[in-house]
Design a protein around this ligand. Structure first.
Ligand code: NAG
Ligand code: NAG
Ligand code: NAG
Ligand code: NAG
Ligand code: NAG
Ligand code: NAG
Ligand code: NAG
Ligand code: NAG
Ligand code: NAG
Length: 490
């Protein structure tokens, strides 16, 4: 046994390895493809081990592989770029090859990285302010270095890695894509980002106040729309609400009766794209005094128009009519309310109440109209006069709402005295009407006169007896007339 080995050693002596050399498929390789390298040897006795050393551009040497075969097969990647040496070693010696050529691995481009110098990053992408500046920087690893092209909404806009827009317009919002191309490998990759340009709403916020909750509360409304993102709005003094701030338009409810007359509320609006806050103000106020009730009658006493007004205020007050039975009449209206009724005796004695409610007062205010047919009275229902003198008959008007336009007198022949102006003189005021009969004549003017008044809800008339005594009176007649006078003239 020992002798066989000895003979072997003598007949087949271990041949030292000669200096190896590097052989490979190509000095230029593409990442991801198979690649082989061989450590070539002229001579040397097996077993021989091989070690592959890789040297980077910076001089760092690493071991790629250690194997007992001269050929290695790898799937190449960019980390394989470098110079190579192989070492061959057997029982008696080891030899190192010269440094190989540079192995250039072509790769990429990887997915580009886009760096944005802008206002902020949101979940949806990037945002920048109108009139501001944005810079989009695109980088992708690639060998050889890649070419960059920028697209906006799929249209090509720029060639180069850095896209800069110095004065943004709101129309610049959209999709920006960076396309990186490795022209040697004819490969490409693309990254898209979303850019949103923020712009403020035009002008200033607008403020208003509406009645709410049946005219018991104030709804403060502030709106400033049109910007992106929506402007932030806030009422001051702080008005109750779950959230004091809101976006675009806000409504906050303020308890009405707790609010002082002439209180001013200000709405402040702010927007990221504006350096300063904008505002609007509004004042709530209560109309002065009390609601005013009045009545108008249309021609021929056909209709009654009950008018109620309590003008002014902000917001306007609400007015509505209620009848004596408590039912609401017609509709409720702001500022003034006219209720139209058909004339007629059925309305006589009825009261109509106008209610006026404004948010700044707790209880509604009221005014009342009571409709009444005229009531006539006279001071003396029998008037006597000596023939040849003038005499005055009096009629007193009470109640009478709406006021009768005219009181009419009828003479002893039931003729309207207005038809003979020379004979009669009429004097009239709101509460009375006096008829003067001129130059009385006992044969013509004695008799029953009538005073008559009519308004939209009824009419009345009363008699007045005129006794004209002749200068040489009949005694009997005089006595009997005196008797009548005593009876009526109380
Ligand atoms: C080496 O690789 C490059 C690109 O990878 C190719 O163009 C060239 O033809 C290759 N050379 C040989 C000799 O195969
Ligand atoms: C290898 O070495 C042996 C012994 O030294 C020698 O006989 C043989 O010719 C060599 N072979 C080559 C190819 O050089
Ligand atoms: C080479 O190494 C492998 C393991 O790495 C081993 O299985 C094989 O037997 C070795 N071949 C020789 C010829 O030594
Ligand atoms: C190349 O090397 C780097 C650093 O060691 C490593 O992070 C990367 O994964 C390697 N790339 C590949 C393709 O193996
Ligand atoms: C670009 O696309 C965005 C999103 O679809 C769109 O809002 C914008 O109007 C487009 N811009 C142009 C100029 O078409
Ligand atoms: C609103 O107020 C009036 C008077 O205060 C009342 O008659 C009416 O029922 C109220 N309406 C509602 C919806 O509360
Ligand atoms: C107020 O803003 C909301 C959304 O916040 C919108 O739906 C509504 O239409 C706006 N109202 C008015 C009057 O603009
Ligand atoms: C409320 O204030 C306004 C002026 O701010 C005034 O004109 C109005 O008369 C006031 N109302 C009452 C009821 O005092
Ligand atoms: C009309 O009569 C009333 C009641 O008698 C009286 O008060 C008034 O002064 C009279 N008017 C004229 C102008 O005489």
């Amino acid at each position: 046994m020992l002798s066989i080995m000895l003979i072997n050693a003598i007949l087949c002596p271990t041949v030292p390895v000669t200096k190896p050399y590097v052989l490979w498929s190509n000095s230029s390789a593409v990442e991801g493809l198979p690649y082989w390298m061989r450590c070539g040897l002229k001579n040397g006795t097996e077993p021989i081990t091989y070690k592959w050393e890789q040297e980077s551009r910076s001089g760092l040497v690493t071991t790629l592989a250690e194997t007992n075969q001269s050929l290695i097969n790898i799937i190449i990647n960019r980390n394989n770029t470098g110079w190579y040496r192989c070492l061959a070693k057997n029982e008696v010696n080891q030899e190192r090859s010269d440094r190989s050529d540079w192995l250039d691995v072509l790769y990429g481009p990887d997915l580009p990285q886009v760096d944005v110098a802008a206002y902020s990053v949101t979940a949806l992408g990037y945002s920048a302010l109108e009139k501001g500046y944005v810079s989009l920087m695109c980088q992708a690893s690639s060998n050889p270095p890649c070419q960059y092209t920028w697209f906006y909404n799929n249209s090509e806009i720029y060639t180069g890695s850095q896209l800069t827009i110095t004065k943004l317009l709101r129309g610049n919002s959209g999709y920006y894509s960076c396309l990186a191309q490795n022209t040697q490998l004819n490969t490409r990759s693309k990254k898209t980002i979303t850019l949103t340009v923020y712009y403020p709403p035009a002008g200033v916020p607008s403020c208003s106040i509406f009645p709410s909750n049946n005219y018991t509360n104030l709804a403060l409304y502030c709106s400033w729309e049109g910007g992106y993102p929506p402007a932030t709005l806030k009422w001051s003094p702080y008005v109750n609400g779950d959230n004091p701030q809101g976006l675009g338009n806000i409504t906050r409810i303020q308890a009405g009766p707790d609010t002082a007359n002439s209180s001013v509320f200000t709405c402040y609006g702010s927007h990221v794209a504006l350096p300063t806050t904008q505002s609007c103000s509004t004042r709530t106020w209560l109309p002065y005094g009390e609601p005013q009730c009045s009545v108008y009658v249309t021609r021929n006493n056909e209709y009654l128009m009950l008018s109620c007004s309590w003008e002014g205020g902000f917001p306007l007050a609400l007015l509505w009519w209620v009848s004596s039975s408590g039912d609401m009449q017609g509709t409720s209206e702001e500022n003034s309310n006219i209720l139209i009724l058909r004339s007629g005796a059925t309305n006589s004695g009825k009261a109509f109440v106008c209610h006026a409610k404004h948010p700044l007062i707790k209880e509604s205010k009221q005014c009342v109209l009571k409709l009444e047919a005229p009531v006539l009275m006279t001071q003396r229902s029998v008037v006597s006069v000596y023939e040849g003198n003038d005499v005055q008959l009096t009629c007193i008007l009470s109640k009478n709402y709406p006021a009768a336009t005219d009181v009419t007198w009828y003479n002893n022949l039931k003729q309207n005295v207005g038809d003979t102006p020379n004979k009669y003189i009429l004097q009239q005021a709101a509460a009375w009407s006096n008829l003067t009969v001129r130059e009385t004549d006992s044969r013509i003017d004695s008799g029953q006169y009538w005073c008559s008044a009519t308004n939209a809800v009824g009419g009345a008339e009363i008699p007045v007896l005129l006794v004209v005594m002749s200068k040489c009176p009949l005694k009997l007649m005089f006595i009997s007339l005196n008797h009548i006078a005593a009876k009526h003239d109380l």
